[in-house]
Design a protein around this ligand. Structure first.
Ligand code: VGL
Ligand code: ZN
Length: 204
């Protein structure tokens, strides 16, 4: 059994949003093209308390894009984004079809969570692995925002958990804090064992 994982297709990651990814809204048409090919579709949702430690605004003296040490690990300072219950945190309403599952992440204010499976410290799991296990899913197709953060870490964790993973390359866009981050992320996912596919090649 296979599933489609839609990563963080939220307004704050689309152009005009708090952490707008260039062309991020182009993922929606890709999602709508591939959704009908999957029996199981699950979306992740970045869902932060306003006090979240990844926000530059909560770390006085820092600037957006800067990397600080947070509990001994590097942490990028982000603009305030995907705050629980705000419009920017909503999944894009242009997604057509039913999402069987929604997995929220980044809900602990003290630690960031790029992956849909674990927080960045790998201390706590979300329900995503169990959700997939409950449905006998062995293969996951992953697309969404952003290539160089949440998509990358979701793919790498899925591989570590033993899933056969396909990245839908044209369904992903990158933040590119440094030019080339998106390309490097794709290379890293490929090296780790992910298959790289285009949405047009996905059939029943
Ligand atoms: C993301 C930065 C901060 C993402 C989430 O969805 O890639 N990036 N929070
Ligand atoms: Zn976030």
């Amino acid at each position: 059994m296979r599933a489609l994982i839609l990563v963080d297709l939220q307004y704050d990651f689309c152009p005009g949003g708090a952490l707008g990814v260039p062309d991020g809204d182009k993922t929606i048409a890709v999602a709508n093209r591939v959704i009908p090919h999957f029996q199981h579709v699950v979306a992740t949702q970045d869902w932060h308390p306003r006090t979240h430690a990844s926000f530059s605004a909560n770390n006085p003296g820092t600037k957006v894009g800067e990397v600080i040490q947070l509990d001994g690990a590097p942490q990028v300072m982000w603009p305030v984004h995907c705050v629980q219950e705000t419009d920017g945190a909503k999944l894009h309403a242009g997604i057509v079809g039913t999402l069987e599952g929604i997995v929220q992440k980044g809900t602990d204010s003290s630690i960031d969570s790029y992956s849909g499976f674990f927080d960045n410290g790998h201390k706590k799991q979300t329900q995503l692995h169990q959700w997939l296990q409950d449905r006998w899913i062995k293969q996951v197709y992953v697309m969404g925002l952003a290539t160089d953060y949440c998509v990358k870490f979701t793919v790498l964790d899925a591989l570590k958990l033993g899933y056969d993973v396909k990245l839908i390359e044209d369904g992903c866009y990158a933040v590119n804090l440094s030019p080339g981050d998106g390309e490097r992320a794709i290379a890293e996912m490929r090296t780790a064992g992910a298959g790289i596919v285009e949405s047009g090649a996905i059939g029943a």
